[in-house]
Design a protein around this ligand. Structure first.
Ligand code: GLU
Length: 462
């Protein structure tokens, strides 16, 4: 049974890199009929906040990456960590170290001064035949892991290939601070063990932690999971993704008018591929996803491609669903959305040319508020040539059936009577009705408005 986890630290929003890690972990479990576990790594009390926990849950919910177990919180697992520390102390795989922090600092300064890599000197590490000093009175010890002193720790990373580190490079890690609280790497190990994780899929900023975690897992006598370390995501400009790149939090993509299915499809292709396939559903992704086709090189974000995918999904979504997503955006701008004209119908017409929900809101606004067409556009299109045709069109409005074909027939009739071409009337209609030159088909556009609104807006032409 495959068991994967997403283990974010709640120190900020769910960012796009985290979302990809979550997606890959989720999809791998789905692919193999396994379980996906959500674990909130909130043991760093100084940096974790309830707001950040909520932001992670919101982001996961928005993307629809549902977990099968959890969320587990490290702050609620302290008893488990403490009991493992006690076991390890009893088994000799961990020991108390009474070296005072000031002493350790002094030691490190000396080592640096000699051009050495700063490290713990092993003063309190038990060895066969070694007599340890008596614990100094009044000092509360930290607990250190007794790391193997020779050999290498190696794993076949499912993305990066074989990685080997000499144990001599690794210090005896502090697993519990002097106040008894467990440290980060240790909590991860106990959690991965207790949660039966078989595949650890995470960002490659954790590669350095892996040898330490493997050594502790071995000391605990448990099977070591497989590791897949994902390369980082670069911004459009090739620099490390950061706030400078605009949308970094997943929920900002929502704000910017992206659909979750577009973001998911986009993230799926960010460092993973299935031939030349670019557009696919999450069901399809879960059938295809494997760890063999993850690229070890950094993936570069491409906003244009995300926009293209979003435009694709906008065209396929139910207009009623899009209307429910656009309505609050209009309301947030103080625009009251009424039943007529129908927002879903406006969206159905406009989405052919939109690449996000905010553009749909921009276009829909003109249907619900009084508009003032820009003088410059009026001057350009409301020409003396066009006016008589427009007057005919207005005069004919009351007679026709209120639907696009009849509107189209009336437009053609009005221009023909004055020997003009279609755009001569279509353009002033667009500008007077929406304040813009670019709109979808003018027949459909006119018919979307109530007849009275059309008459009122066209009367502006005087
Ligand atoms: N909590 C870590 C982070 O947010 C992830 C730890 C892990 O996946 O092992 O970067």
């Amino acid at each position: 049974m495959i068991r994967t986890r997403f283990a974010p630290s709640p120190t900020g929003f769910l960012h796009i890199g985290g979302a990809r890690t979550a997606l890959f972990s989720w999809a791998y479990a789905r692919r193999h009929g396994g379980r996906f576990i959500l674990r909130i790594e909130d043991s760093d009390l100084a940096r974790s906040t309830p707001a950040a926990v909520q932001a992670i849950l919101d982001g996961m919910g928005w993307l629809g990456l549902t977990h099968d177990e959890g969320p587990f919180y490290q702050t609620q697992r302290m008893a488990a960590y403490r009991s493992v520390i006690a076991e390890m102390l009893a088994a000799g795989s961990a020991y108390h170290c009474y070296l005072a922090p000031e002493e350790l600092d002094r030691l490190r300064d000396e080592q640096r001064a000699q051009g050495l890599k700063p490290r713990y000197n092993g003063a309190w590490r038990p060895e066969a035949g070694k007599t340890l000093p008596a614990p100094p009175p009044g000092v509360r010890p930290v607990v250190r892991f007794r790391n193997p002193s020779d050999g290498v720790v190696a794993w076949d990373d499912l993305v990066k290939g074989r990685i080997e580190i000499a144990n001599a490079e690794l210090d005896d890690l502090i697993i519990a601070r002097a106040d008894g609280t467990p440290t980060y790497n240790f909590c991860v190990v106990v959690d991965d063990r207790d949660m039966g994780i078989t595949h650890v899929i995470r960002g490659d900023d954790h590669v350095n932690n892996t040898p330490r975690q493997i050594n502790i897992l071995r000391a605990l006598g448990v099977a070591v999971p497989l590791y897949a370390h994902l390369s980082m995501i670069l911004g459009d400009d090739g620099q490390k993704l950061s706030k400078r790149h605009g949308a970094v939090s997943v929920m900002q993509y929502d704000e910017h008018g992206y659909l979750p299915e577009a973001v998911l499809n986009y993230l799926a292709r960010l460092g993973w591929s299935h031939g030349d396939d670019e557009i696919f559903s999450m069901e399809q992704f879960c059938e295809w996803f494997d760890l063999d086709h993850i690229t070890p090189s950094a993936a570069q974000f491409n906003t244009e491609k995300l926009d293209w995918l979003n435009a694709h999904y906008l065209k396929r979504a139910e207009p009623a669903r899009l209307a429910a997503l656009v309505q609050p955006r209009l309301e947030a701008r103080g625009v009251a959305v009424t039943a007529v004209p129908s927002l879903a119908a406006i969206i159905a017409l406009y989405r052919e040319r939109a690449s996000n929900l905010n553009q749909l809101a921009d276009a829909a606004e003109a249907f619900y508020i009084e508009i003032t067409p820009p003088a410059e556009l009026l001057a350009r299109h409301l020409t003396t040539e066009a006016r008589p045709a427009l007057a005919d069109f207005v005069a004919g409005l009351t007679e026709i059936d209120w639907e696009p074909a009849a509107v189209g027939a009336l437009i053609r009739q009005s221009v023909a009577a004055h020997g003009l071409k279609m755009p001569r009337l279509a353009m002033p209609l667009r500008v007077l009705l929406t304040g813009r030159e670019q709109t979808p088909s003018v027949d459909a556009l006119v018919a979307l408005f109530p007849r009275e609104t059309v008459r009122k807006r066209l009367s502006l032409a005087g």
